[in-house]
Ligand binder design. Structure first.
Ligand SMILES: [Mn+2]
Length: 348
């Protein structure tokens, strides 16, 4: 049996799986695909970052609460042996971030076969379920991957009209110029805001049958999701405007923008849109919350691999984080921000 077949069998046999998933569109879609296919279990969105005591505490508390017979981690980077050792039931971990050496868990990561293969978690979950292509396309394009683009185009050509005639389509063209991109933004925004609103949004998405329900407000749930995203969108557009003004002023390779917010995090969305609009630049979008600062970094240039860059910076200042070659998230103390940006400018 292949690894994916083993995972599928475990999911089929389980009576009450508990899913932990990352709080972005790829993580969410991974959960939605498995939940819709196997029709059981409970999902917990994980918003804490870094394999801190907080993160481990959340897992153990939820496991204690729900008493699952299977625990599934989706799109969560940097889990460690410690947390797996503390869970006494079967475990699955599907991820596409850096490989971690762990045992006692059914771990699927495409990088094991090929270090550069980082196909999104939602794509891997789609390989398991074989249904809900439209959801899988949302999750994977949200992670800037076009693996499902052609399949999606066959069934939903009207939702990618903006780019389907281009010869060399890039993921960000799809993200910012098509109806599919608009849908991805709605999914991403449905995860912002207060946790009870987010839970309600996810419950509604679980009941949606096709993308048109949301995009053209064809059902009550679709309409509510669309309108809730619109409210978040207003906040986003304000920040984007400020960030774009800032980026026009900035010289050199790095564009840095920061803002203060204790509620909604837009760092990842803003960094994506800034790098799309400023090809060839390196983007840093920081958000101050309490004493900490969380920064999303993006690079669209091949000679800058961000994990290496932040590794160098963290030998000089305290911080944590990680991600892919062209997209990472880090956390530092807010007083180290100026120094962080100075080092970033030096090392890219
Ligand atoms: Mn992902």
């Amino acid at each position: 049996m292949t690894k994916l077949e083993t995972i599928k069998t475990l999911l089929k046999k389980s009576h009450n799986p508990l899913y932990f998933y990352d709080d972005d569109a790829d993580g969410l879609v991974s959960y939605l695909l498995l939940k819709r296919k196997f029709e059981k279990g409970i999902g917990v969105i994980v918003r804490v970052r870094g394999m801190s005591l907080n993160e481990e505490g959340l897992y153990l508390k939820k496991i204690d609460e729900h008493n699952p017979d299977l625990v599934v981690f989706l799109d969560k980077p940097n889990l460690n042996q410690d947390v797996f050792d503390k869970i006494n039931v079967k475990k699955i971990w599907i991820d596409h971030h850096n490989i971690v050496n762990v045992k006692g868990v059914n771990y699927y990561n495409p990088r094991m076969r090929n270090r550069k293969d980082n196909k999104p978690t939602s794509y891997i979950c789609y390989k398991i379920t074989g249904k809900d292509l439209w959801l899988a396309a949302i999750g994977s394009v949200a992670d800037w991957s076009l693996v499902l683009f052609n399949d999606f185009k066959k069934d939903y050509g009207d939702l990618v009209e903006g780019v389907s005639s281009l010869n060399n389509i890039k993921a960000d063209d799809v993200l910012y110029n098509t109806k599919l991109g608009e849908l991805i933004r709605i999914f991403s925004f449905s995860l912002k805001g207060k946790i009870n609103e987010v839970s309600r949004n996810i419950e509604m998405i679980l009941k949606i049958n096709d993308p048109y329900e949301i995009l053209f407000k064809k059902s009550e749930n679709g309409k509510r999701l669309f309108e809730s995203a619109e409210r978040i969108s207003k906040k986003y557009d304000d920040l984007l405007k400020k960030a774009l003004d800032e980026s026009k002023k900035s010289k050199g390779r790095v564009i840095a923008f920061r803002y203060v917010s204790d509620q909604v995090s837009f760092t990842s969305d803003l960094a994506n849109e800034l790098v799309h609009r400023n090809p060839g630049r390196i983007i840093a979008v920081g958000r101050i919350k309490d004493e900490q600062m969380r920064i999303s970094l993006r690079s669209s240039v091949d000679d800058v691999e961000l994990p290496g860059v932040i590794h160098r910076i963290f030998s000089e200042i305290k911080g944590s984080g990680g991600g892919h070659e062209h997209a990472v998230a880090v956390e530092i103390h807010k007083d180290d921000y100026e120094r962080f940006i100075k080092l970033l400018r030096e090392y890219v």
